[in-house]
Ligand binder design. Structure first.
Ligand SMILES: *Cc1c(COP(=O)(O)O)cnc(C)c1O
Length: 371
């Protein structure tokens, strides 16, 4: 088996996808108008129990669009976790606002809610909680703070499609929530994203902004500088086939995580991912933490050892606070947990195409590493 490289993730695409994409090609509707785009927006909004879905070309611009619609401006402050993919922070910088970095919880790797309040200033306009690796944030606490200080909440759900907080799917806890459908996400359009909202006004504003800022009822008239953030009917067709399988994909990811947990629970130098009592974790990426005080191998040596055994694994995201574009926004010493986890955690193969034997093989390799 070690001759076959086991990838960290792989899109799970089958005959249905081919059928729908072929249908879209044959229909001639290859740009951003067409049956599948409308279906994509309606079906995903209803999957998440929200009223409106505004599809966009990727998850990064979904966040940009949400910030623009909420009128976040230059010099405003937006609170985000220090441990996330850079796409959470970049759109804040596109508009000249300031990302305020918050440390993470040691168990869920999500933004540490107890550290938010002292970072709120008169300039703070929004909080972007990120449901990292498929584990939802503690939304009640975040919403309480947002109400107390009159802040917007924008969930970054790019890694947590179908994950649940207190038996409700993520994406329902904010005025606008954002999703990505990149190739390695739980379901994919190749490249794609979506903003969900229950608000008629934000729905309208985001639809105009993604379409060059053109007035819906007055062709070629622009009141504002817009963007072309549209998605194509071809991508939406692929996605429509993916949505039919999302619950199966999530079940598979959860079974895979359970098998990993079972095989690795006896290893005292590994800390396994958690699932809080309020959470349904979708384990978008199965992530373990290496306790280097209990073992002779470092995280990076483990990644190398797995690679030699034909197994792909990934280091966790770097902390934003350590990278050039975001460095100036950090407040020293307060980000210790995110910096520690960032350098000691790794993602193991998490594809829905993984076989049970492959997971057992991966765990076996981990347990029998040779110096
Ligand atoms: C993938 C991802 C995004 C951005 O998605 P793209 O579609 O790649 O632009 C945003 N936030 C997080 C946390 C992500 O993992």
């Amino acid at each position: 088996m070690s001759n076959n490289f086991i990838p960290i993730s792989e899109p799970n695409i089958g005959a249905k996808e081919l059928e729908y994409v072929t249908d879209a090609v044959k229909s001639g509707w290859v740009s951003s108008l067409g049956y599948y785009v409308e279906k994509f927006e309606k079906d995903f909004a209803s999957y998440c129990n929200m009223k409106h879905g505004v599809s966009v070309s990727n998850g990064t611009v979904a966040i940009h669009l949400a910030l623009l619609a909420l009128w976040i401006k230059e010099w405003d402050e937006v609170i985000i976790p220090n441990l996330t993919f850079a796409a959470t922070a970049n759109p804040i910088l596109y508009i000249g606002a300031t990302p305020v970095l918050i440390d993470i919880e040691r168990d869920t790797y999500n933004m540490d809610v107890s550290k938010i309040e002292k970072k709120i200033t008169s300039k703070t306009k929004a909080i972007i909680p990120v449901h990292l690796y498929g584990h939802p944030c503690d939304m009640d606490e975040i919403i309480k703070l947002a109400e107390k200080y009159n802040l917007h909440v924008i969930e970054d759900c790019a890694e947590a499609h179908g994950a649940e907080y207190k038996w409700k799917k993520v994406g329902q806890f904010s005025v606008i929530s954002c999703f990505s459908f990149y190739g390695n996400k739980t379901i994919t359009t190749g490249e794609g994203g979506m903003c969900l909202t229950n608000d008629e006004w934000f729905n309208k504003v985001m639809r105009e902004l993604r379409d060059h800022g053109m007035k819906k009822d007055r062709k070629y008239w622009h009141d504002t500088i817009g963007f072309n953030y549209r998605i194509t009917n071809l991508q939406a067709a692929l996605w429509c086939a993916q949505l039919e399988k999302i619950d199966d994909f999530i079940d598979i990811k959860r079974w895979n995580a359970a098998l990993y947990n079972q095989c690795l629970s006896s290893v005292e130098w590994i800390i396994l991912p958690v699932e809080k009592s309020y959470a349904k974790n979708t384990y978008w990426m199965y992530t373990i933490y290496i306790d280097e005080t209990k073992f002779w191998i470092s995280r990076d040596e483990l990644i190398q050892g797995l690679k030699e055994a034909g197994i792909d694994s990934r280091q966790c995201f770097y902390p934003l606070s350590d990278m050039p574009p975001y460095k100036s926004f950090w407040s020293t010493a307060e980000l210790g947990v995110s910096r520690d986890v960032s350098y000691k955690a790794l993602n193991l193969p998490s594809s829905t195409l993984l076989k049970k034997e492959q997971i057992r093989y991966i765990c076996d390799r981990i347990k029998n590493l040779k110096k």
